[in-house]
Ligand binder design. Sequence first.
Ligand SMILES: [Zn+2]
Length: 215
Amino acid sequence: MINLREDLLEITNRLLRAGLNHGATGNCSCRDRDGFLITPTGVDSSNLTADMMVRMNFLDSTSQSESKFQPSSEWQFHQAILEKYPEMNAVVHTHSVFASTLSVLGQDIPAFHYMIAIAGGDSIRCAPYAMFGTKELSINILQAIHNRKACLLSNHGLVTMGRDLNEAYNIAEEVEHLARLFVEAKKIGKPKLLSKKEMDEVLSRFNSYGRQLKD
Ligand SMILES: [Zn+2]
């Protein structure tokens, strides 16, 4: 049987090793039947163990009573995403440097590179600022991630979702890379954007590629 706690720990460690998260920042979750598992609050990622992952129930938003740890302070938006998108099973949140840098501008990332399509559309939206851990932030994220698999959080960081933890991780890694390219390009000029037609072609290719993988 797949051990979801171990999977969640592995993704947390990969985020740390890749430099996408540092210290106790960022958090991840994955669906677990009628609830989800999420990383605990205030624990340095390098000290995490599988048994520290906190199980939450969708029904009453409570954590498992036997857990010694409190869920990440961001559990609300993890729950909101997993409840709204039943086909999605994992959420990754980072404070990675370049995605966070762009989030400070409060602007969407436009189609300056075809790989923007990895997030599911011709832009990566930036959710308006709301304080961490609030319902308002969850609402802003649900709007910004609509028809996408990633969004920036204004003055904060990045959120991605996927059918599994690997997909959510891969999108986070790619969006961070794209954010870096965008920051670098803006230093030396005005990035040329792809047209809607060009992005539609990429998106349809990505969609058929996804179908082939599934077949
Ligand atoms: Zn955060």
